[in-house]
Every structure is written in structure tokens, then in C-alpha cells.
Design a protein around this ligand. Structure first.
Ligand SMILES: Nc1ncnc2c1ncn2[C@@H]1O[C@H](COP(=O)(O)OP(=O)(O)OP(=O)(O)O)[C@@H](O)[C@H]1O
Ligand SMILES: [Mg+2]
Length: 312
């Protein structure tokens, strides 16, 4: 299986500013990859370089099997929703998509069919004959998503696709991206600030911070790495509480433990960064303490994101 995106040491400078530094990752067909990072981290730059809109300053990459040094071919093979797309205000949505379909070699009749199908797919069928100037911001965003798909790309790059969409629109767009990936094997790179979006829809997540990749793993793994402390509630027999508290206090997996005065046998624990909940359970079992309940507050992607991108 060839990778849909392969980046090896990709860098981008704007004058003296290093916007991307040694970016190395790959994405496979059918994968939805979340691209996270604070403002100015380099997400848009990454998308512009990988879609051959801007030349890289360093490194090598290939997208949909086309190497980065063949920019025209690469641009024809990918779909992109740019950060700031401009649209002709006087054209109707249908004319706009028909025009782009023609650019990609569709006949007049098939360009019409493609335009209608794409407009319906993004919920704009009822506005097909309206001028783009009359569209709301969210409608223009939907049109941009439709345009990104006009060449039936195998790899798509969406720069904040749900920006400006209402909740139903966000859900529809994300569901559409999921379908593209799962049913048609399209690789999707999705840049967003909405961590819930990544948690719910992405198989993997890349976190950029000041141009450097600080995480590249499954959402669950990245969340597990969260340096932010996680808390849990443990319940043992009241007679075991003291022994359990002492054992936990000695365990490297536990940062803090405290007995709940109001409830005999209940303990609050704070896990050490990077510690695994299993280590806590193992520590108690080793001490011969019978566990009645153990609830760990779920580690969230947001913990990991904040921990990995905090200012130096
Ligand atoms: N055309 C440009 N000329 C000079 N510097 C630029 C240019 N475009 C981006 N930069 C700088 O490169 C860095 C990365 O910007 P980029 O737009 O890629 O960030 P981003 O992660 O997309 O941020 P946001 O979340 O705000 O969209 C920033 O420091 C930005 O100021
Ligand atoms: Mg951006």
C-alpha cells in the first residue's frame, strides 16, 4: 500500500522566519488525520506546501504518489479547501462548480452532473442557481468543500473546514469527510482548532507547535500521553484504606493520594504524568488489597494539546 502523503524533513521559511521545521510523517489511504496547533503553528503553511501552492525550503514529499517536484501534476491530483478562499460573487454556485469540473476535463454534460451532485452533497442544492455573492459565510465554506472534491481526489487537505458552519453544518461536513475516507479510501488531512472534532472523527492526530511536530499518533495514545495530571477514585474495604493509601503513596505511578474523610475506604488519586492506570491497580494488587471500584477520569485530547503546545 503506497502512502497517500509522505513527508520527509519538509521545511518552509518565510525570510528569516522558520514556519515549518523538519516535518516528517505519512498518511495512508482511508485515514482521517487531524492537524492541530495553536495560531501560527504552521498548519496552513504545511497544507500550502504539501498541495504545491508554496515551494518547500527543505526536505522531500509526495502526495497521492506524485513527488513535490512535480507541482502541476500534484495540484491536479489533490483536493484542497484553503484557509482564505476567494469566490466570484456574480457566478452561481452551480456555474462555479461546472467551470471547475470543465477545468478538470469533464464534458459539458458530466460537468453539470458533477456540479449538481456536489452541491447536493454539501446541502446547497436549493441555492445552486443563486449568485455566490448572496451566500452566507457558511454557504461559501460548503461551496469550497464541494470545489475541493470536483476532481475526485484521492487525498484532500481541509484547512478549518467547519469554520463558520452552524452545528448541523459541522456535523454534515465531518460526516462527509468520514464517508470519503471510509467508503472511498480518500486520505483526509483536517486542520482544526476544535479538539472535539479530532477526538470524534480522526484516526490519528498531528500536533504542530512553532513549526515542529510534537505529536504523531492515534488520538487515544496522544491523549494518554497528556502531561496534565489525571485523577481517579478508588474504593477499597475501610479496613484496607490505610494500607492502600501507604502503598499508593510509595508508587511512582501516583503523584498524590488522599483519603476521603466522608467515605471510609474511598481514596482520591492523582496519577503521575505518563503513568498508566494499570500500574496503580498493580500496586494495590501487589499489596494484597482488594479493589472494590476504580474510576479514572478520562484523559482528553485537550489535556495533551495544552501540555504539548504550552509556551516555552
Ligand atoms: N506569507 C507569509 N509571509 C511571512 N510569514 C508568514 C506567511 N504566512 C505565514 N507566515 C508565518 O508563518 C507562521 C505559520 O503560519 P500559519 O499560517 O502556517 O499558521 P497556522 O498554524 O495556520 O495558524 P492559524 O491557526 O492562525 O491559522 C506564522 O508565524 C506566520 O506569521
Ligand atoms: Mg491557518
Amino acid at each position: 500500500m503506497t502512502a497517500a502523503i509522505e513527508a520527509d524533513g519538509v521545511g518552509k521559511r518565510y525570510g528569516s522566519l522558520v514556519a515549518l521545521d523538519g516535518l516528517t510523517f505519512s498518511a495512508h489511504p482511508g485515514e482521517v488525520l487531524g492537524l492541530l496547533g495553536p495560531n501560527g503553528a504552521g498548519k496552513t503553511t504545511c497544507i500550502r506546501v504539501l498541495t504545491a501552492i508554496l515551494p518547500a525550503s527543505a526536505g522531500r514529499f509526495a502526495v497521492a504518489g506524485v513527488p513535490g517536484d512535480r507541482p502541476e501534476e500534484l495540484r491536479r491530483r489533490v483536493g484542497v479547501l484553503p484557509e482564505n478562499a476567494g469566490y466570484p460573487r456574480r457566478q452561481t454556485g452551480e456555474e462555479y462548480l461546472r467551470y471547475h469540473a470543465r477545468l478538470y476535463g469533464h464534458s459539458r454534460a458530466s460537468a453539470c452532473a458533477v456540479a449538481r451532485e456536489l452541491l447536493a452533497g454539501v446541502g446547497l442544492a436549493g441555492r445552486a442557481r443563486w449568485s455566490i455573492g448572496s451566500y452566507s459565510r457558511g454557504m461559501r465554506q460548503r461551496l469550497g468543500i464541494a470545489r475541493a472534491l470536483v476532481n475526485d481526489p484521492r487525498v484532500v487537505f481541509f484547512d478549518e473546514p467547519t469554520l463558520g458552519l452552524d452545528p448541523a453544518g459541522q456535523r454534515d461536513v465531518l460526516a462527509q469527510l468520514g464517508t470519503l475516507a471510509s467508503e472511498r479510501g480518500v486520505a483526509v488531512l483536517l486542520s482544526t482548532h476544535l479538539l472535539d472534532e479530532v477526538e470524534q472523527h480522526c484516526s490519528r492526530v498531528l500536533i504542530l507547535n512553532r513549526g515542529r511536530l510534537v505529536a504523531d499518533d492515534t488520538v487515544a495514545e496522544v491523549a494518554r500521553w497528556a502531561a496534565a495530571p489525571r485523577r481517579g477514585r478508588i474504593e477499597v474495604a475501610p479496613d484496607d484504606a490505610l494500607a492502600a493509601a501507604v502503598r499508593l503513596a510509595c508508587s511512582p505511578a501516583v503523584a498524590q493520594v488522599r483519603q476521603d474523610d466522608a467515605r471510609p475506604g474511598a481514596l482520591q488519586v492523582e496519577l503521575a504524568p505518563w503513568a498508566n492506570a494499570n500500574e496503580v491497580i498493580a500496586a494495590l494488587l501487589d499489596a494484597g488489597v482488594l479493589l472494590r471500584a476504580f474510576e479514572l477520569e478520562g484523559a482528553r485530547l485537550s489535556d495533551a494539546f495544552l501540555a504539548m503546545t504550552k509556551a516555552a
